[in-house]
Design a protein around this ligand. Structure first.
Ligand code: PEP
Ligand code: MN
Length: 337
C-alpha cells in the first residue's frame, strides 16, 4: 500500500500514522519529498487487517493498493526521478554519465592507460572487473583483490569513481571497501541473498538484467535492494538472449522507457555486452541516449585483440574518444548535457 499524507503536517501527526501502520503489522518505509510525505507499507495484506482503515485518518490524503508486486522501486512510491551518487558523480540528473573501462582488470599498465584515456575523452566513472563471471571455469576469472587494489590506484590517479562486479556474498565487505558502485552481473541478477548482501553494504548497486529475465522480475530483483534500506539502485539493460545470432545478445532498448514509466530509478545501458560487437557500440549508444538512458556502461581496452575477456566487443582508446565526440549532438538533442 502507498499512503500519501496531506501537506503541512507536523512531525507528531506524521509519526502517529507511521505508528499505526506498525501496529497493524506492516513495515513503514517513509519517503519525505519537498511537498509531502509518502509512506510505503510493506507487509502481507492477506495476513493482516487492510490498511484501508487509514482512509479515515485526517492526516491521510490517499491509500492506494499496489496491484503490482514491486513497491519501493515503483514510480507510485516516488514520483520524481531518483538520483544515485558515486562520490562526486550524480547519475539520473541532467548530465548523461558515461562509465567506461576494460571488461577485466588485467594489469596495472592496461588499467592506468585505459583510465587516463577514458577520462581525457570525457568518461566520469571507471569500470573494470576484478571478479569475472566466466561461462567456463577454464577462462580468466579476474585478478580478485589485486584487481580491486589496481582500481583503487586508478581512482587515486584519475579521480574517477569506480564500478566493479560483486560476484559472491563472501566478498561483499571486501569489494565494498574499494568500489564506489557494486555491479551485480546478469548471471546473478536473481541471486537474492547476493542482492541483500550488496544492499547492506550501503554502496550504490547497479543491477544488470538477467539473460532471460522479464522486466517485472528485474524490477522485483531491484526491490530486494530498496527493501533492504538501500535507495541507491541503478537498473542496467545489457541485452537478453534471443534466437538472433548476428549479435551476442539482443539489446532491449524498450527497457529504457518501460523502466522510466514503472520506476524512479536511473537506467543504464551496456551496449558492449548488449551487442557483443565493437562495431555496433556507437549506434547502440546513440539509440540509448535518444531513448532516455541516464548513463552508459562501455567496455574499452588499449588493445582489444589481446584482451583476456570480451575482446570482440571492447572499443579501442581511439574508438572511445571518437564515440564521445559523435555522441555530443545526441546528448544535446535528448535535452541532456
Ligand atoms: C561485464 O560487465 O563485463 C559483465 C560480465 O557483464 P554481464 O553480467 O552483463 O554479462
Ligand atoms: Mn565484459
Amino acid at each position: 500500500m502507498i499512503i500519501v499524507l496531506k501537506p503541512n503536517l507536523s512531525s507528531k501527526e506524521q509519526s502517529a500514522v507511521v505508528k499505526e501502520i506498525k501496529r497493524l503489522g506492516y513495515r513503514p518505509h517513509v519517503m519525505r519529498g519537498v511537498a509531502r510525505t509518502v509512506i510505503g507499507a510493506i507487509g502481507d495484506e492477506t495476513a493482516h487487517q487492510s490498511l484501508d482503515v487509514l482512509r479515515a485518518w485526517p492526516q491521510v490524503e490517499s491509500v492506494t493498493p499496489i496491484q503490482k508486486r514491486f513497491k519501493l522501486v515503483s514510480r507510485e512510491a516516488h514520483p520524481q526521478n531518483s538520483t544515485v551518487k558515486a562520490r562526486n558523480v550524480v547519475i539520473g540528473a541532467r548530465p548523461l554519465v558515461v562509465m567506461a573501462g576494460p571488461c577485466s582488470v588485467e594489469s596495472e599498465k592496461q588499467l592506468m592507460e585505459t583510465a587516463h584515456a577514458v577520462k581525457a575523452a570525457g568518461a566520469q566513472i571507471l569500470r573494470g572487473g576484478a571478479f569475472k563471471p566466466r561461462t567456463s571455469p577454464y577462462e580468466f576469472q579476474g585478478l580478485g583483490e589485486k584487481g580491486l587494489k589496481l582500481l583503487a590506484k586508478a581512482r587515486k590517479e584519475t579521480g574517477l569513481p569506480i564500478i566493479t562486479e560483486l560476484l559472491s556474498q563472501d566478498h561483499a565487505e571486501m569489494v565494498a571497501e574499494y568500489a564506489d558502485i557494486l555491479q551485480i552481473g546478469a548471471r546473478n541478477a536473481q541471486n537474492f541473498q547476493l542482492l541483500i548482501a550488496a544492499a547492506k553494504t550501503g554502496k550504490p548497486v547497479l543491477l544488470k538484467r538477467g539473460l532471460s529475465m522479464k522486466i517485472e522480475e528485474w524490477l522485483l530483483a531491484g526491490e530486494y535492494v530498496l527493501s533492504n534500506d538501500n535507495p541507491n539502485l541503478l537498473f542496467c539493460e545489457r541485452g537478453i538472449r534471443t534466437f538472433e545470432t548476428y549479435t551476442r545478445n539482443t539489446l532491449d532498448l524498450s527497457a529504457v522507457p518501460i523502466i522510466k514509466q514503472e520506476s524512479h530509478c536511473p537506467v543504464v545501458i551496456d551496449p558492449s555486452q548488449g551487442a557483443g560487437r565493437a562495431d555496433l557500440v556507437v549506434a547502440m549508444c546513440k539509440g540509448a541516449v535518444a531513448m532516455g538512458a541516464d548513463a552508459l556502461l562501455i567496455e574499452v581496452h588499449p588493445n582489444p585483440k589481446e584482451a583476456w575477456s570480451d575482446g570482440a566487443q571492447q572499443l579501442t582508446l581511439d574508438g572511445f574518444s571518437k564515440l564521445m565526440t559523435e555522441l555530443k549532438p545526441f546528448i544535446a538533442a535528448a535535452g541532456r548535457e
